[in-house]
Write a protein that binds this ligand. Structure first.
Ligand SMILES: O=C(O)c1ccc[n+]([C@@H]2O[C@H](COP(=O)([O-])O)[C@@H](O)[C@H]2O)c1
Ligand SMILES: Cc1cc2nc[nH]c2cc1C
Length: 346
């Protein structure tokens, strides 16, 4: 049995109840802190402690190239994937700024760029030189899928080794919204046109072309798309496979996760279809502007923390939500109770 199917424990129900009770004793009308209350309660149960906290955050950005880029489905050239990896390594990307703000541990993993980059602070865990064009061929072989899955698991092991309290995965890969849209369409049995969006900035005509390419691919591979892992193999990307395994692995180790945008949420959906108990360990950072995100979030029964009209990827939306989670913890831990404040509630 693949380790992805190994069991996942539920968050601690005793600490869930204790946190729920405490929220009712804090000096506020019950429920008045809205989602901040449920976030703190959920985290207390995940961490198995009365005082949830998020001081030690681990960020892993998985990058890979996509053969489907040859179909003209992205507003940006494929070379940008490697260029952005260099930018991540140099500290100049949005995710670097947010990681510095949060004093988070940050790493970039090359799971399969077209050509390896020779940089000391880029971890090479390569499944290949980009995926195949999934319009005509399976995106990857089974051995390649295994390497990409292992890349995600290794990242979580590194996070656990430094006692991370939160795992945030991100992705970078030109054309990966095509891959994610195809996977979501296959997983949810929805027409590609219903979830295919602008990605990095396509116009409406280009979006129609992208949806048509995805529809052709789904037709071509239809008879093989019968399990979540087959969908990952035929339509996925190395970075999406890595994220999928990372999410499951984090849940198996009791490490809370914040899921980022559209592509990450599709990885979360695949993870959920592989090992459904993992979803109890997920927070959802934001609702992306990408068209299909709403549908994928619905399928996960997910309530994202933020809606900032972002559509960047690279974990940026997940990182923006971390201060909200941190403040939810502080409110939960530091507010006075009615008894402490000598307030009579009748
Ligand atoms: O996270 C999102 O919701 C999101 C939405 C649109 C685009 N992206 C990012 O843009 C790239 C994919 O867009 P595209 O148009 O090349 O398929 C990839 O590097 C993603 O990180 C990310
Ligand atoms: C510039 C750029 C930065 C990104 N970060 C994540 N996806 C991206 C796509 C592009 C095109």
């Amino acid at each position: 049995m693949h380790s992805l199917f190994a069991p996942i424990s539920a968050p601690n129900s005793e600490f869930h109840q204790r946190a729920l009770d405490r929220q009712l004793q804090l000096t506020k009308p019950p429920g008045s802190l809205g989602m901040l209350e449920s976030l703190a309660i959920k985290l207390a149960a995940m961490q198995g402690r009365d005082q949830p906290q998020l001081n030690n955050i681990h960020i892993s950005i998985f990058a890979a190239d996509h053969g489907i880029a040859a179909e003209g489905v992205s507003a940006f050239p494929q070379a940008v994937t490697a260029e952005m990896v260099k930018n991540f390594a140099a500290g100049g990307a949005a995710v670097n700024v947010l990681a510095r703000h949060l004093k988070a541990e940050f790493e970039v993993i090359d799971v399969g760029l077209l050509a390896a980059v020779d940089l000391p602070n880029v971890i090479a865990h390569r499944a290949g030189c980009g995926t195949e064009n999934f319009k005509t061929k399976p995106a990857m072989s089974l051995p390649q899928l295994d390497i990409a899955l292992a890349a995600g698991q290794s990242a979580v092991h590194r996070a656990v080794a430094v006692k991370a309290e939160l795992f945030i995965g991100g992705e970078m890969g030109i054309a990966n919204t095509s891959s994610a849209s195809a996977m979501a369409a296959a997983l949810l049995a929805i027409a590609p046109s219903e979830l295919t969006g602008a990605g990095t900035g396509l116009n409406n005509q280009q979006i129609d072309h992208k949806a048509a390419v995805i529809a052709q691919a789904l037709q071509k591979h239809q008879k093989y798309l019968d399990t979540p892992l087959a969908i990952l193999q035929y339509l996925g990307g190395f970075e999406i496979a890595a994220l999928t395994a990372a999410y499951i692995s984090a849940a198996q180790q009791g490490l809370p996760v914040v899921v980022d945008g559209f592509i990450s949420s599709v990885a979360a959906l695949i993870a959920f279809k592989i090992n459904p108990d993992c979803a109890a360990w997920f927070f959802y950072g934001h609702r992306s502007e990408e068209k299909g995100h709403k549908i994928v979030l619905q399928a996960l029964a997910a309530e994202p923390i933020l809606n900032l009209q972002m559509r960047l990827g690279e974990a940026s939306g997940a990182l923006m939500a971390v201060p909200i989670l941190q403040m939810a913890c502080r409110l939960h831990n530091e507010m006075a109770t009615f008894t402490q404040a000598h307030i009579t509630i009748g």
